[in-house]
Write a protein that binds this ligand. Structure first.
Ligand SMILES: C[S@@+](CC[C@H](N)C(=O)[O-])C[C@H]1O[C@@H](n2cnc3c(N)ncnc32)[C@H](O)[C@@H]1O
Length: 252
């Protein structure tokens, strides 16, 4: 199935290439999506493993996933009369910076921001028509898919330490080198190095997607690195039809 949101750097176009490169399914029984975002790889299969984990550091995003999983009907109700308009967009943006919202109200505001922003950047209003309530129809399937998925809100290093086992498969899709500013997080060069150092220590398997960048290739030079291409879906390059070269890096 598809994800219920679009997301900057979302792996809609790359999900097949990634899952085709997963190891033999008998070799792992826990699947951990460390940089979750819209979860395109998670949603691309009905089940990756008996134990599945979705994680992201963006607490509003994780709250949206949790509300969909545990309070779907209340979230639907909260969203049912939401219209696509600049005023609603600005209100949601302002309200998300204040305290006092319930988790369900917060989830609805964040969903509205994602749906009504240009390239899902949650910053700039999308002038093209977007129907927010239309998407609510997908929620029951999403809730069903998330039923057995553990949802975490941790920094990648803490998460990897908790879930690492010889029978674990980590899929990692960090902010791409030099495009980190598009996310609600402070991810820099030191974090790319921290991630590499953390992956060096693990007992399980990892598969990592990155932009094709010399700094990254050098960081992972001792691993299995493949270069692949797809159309760029970063909002800044939308409509240019430019091909974007990416890396898939594995420790198996
Ligand atoms: C490239 S996006 C992931 C896209 C996702 N694979 C998809 O298909 O939509 C990177 C994600 O990493 C998250 N992130 C940034 N810093 C993080 C950290 N230190 N630990 C965990 N997640 C982080 C961001 O919030 C963002 O959602």
């Amino acid at each position: 199935m598809d994800s219920f949101i679009s997301w900057i750097g979302g792996k809609k176009l790359l999900r097949k290439a990634i899952t085709e490169r997963f190891p033999e399914s008998e070799s792992y029984d826990r699947y951990i999506e460390v940089f979750g975002g819209a979860g395109w790889v998670l949603f691309s299969k009905d089940l990756h493993a008996k134990c599945e984990v979705f994680n992201d550091i963006d607490s509003n995003l994780v709250n949206l996933y949790r509300c969909l999983k545990y309070h779907r009907e209340a979230l639907e109700k909260e969203l049912q009369y939401t219209v696509h308009s600049r005023e609603v967009f600005m209100n949601c943006k302002q309200q998300l910076n204040m305290s006092g919202l319930t988790d369900i109200q917060r989830a609805a505001r964040y969903f509205t921001l994602i749906r009504s922003s240009f390239g899902s950047d949650r910053q700039s209003f999308k002038t093209a028509t977007s129907c927010i309530v239309d998407k609510i129809g997908d929620f029951p399937k999403v809730q069903e898919r998330l039923k057995r998925v553990v949802i975490e809100n941790k920094d990648f290093e803490d998460l990897i330490k908790v879930y690492d086992r010889p029978n674990a498969l980590f899929y990692l899709d960090p902010p791409y080198h030099t495009t980190e500013k598009y996310y609600n997080c402070d991810f820099g060069e030191k974090d790319h190095i921290r991630l590499r150092d953390c992956l060096k220590q693990i007992k399980g398997k990892f598969i990592l997607s990155y932009n094709n960048d010399e700094f990254i290739k050098n960081l992972y030079k001792e691993y299995n690195i493949e270069e692949i291409s797809r159309n760029n879906n970063l909002s800044i390059n939308r409509g240019t039809g430019r091909e974007f070269k990416e890396l898939i890096i594995r420790n198996y």
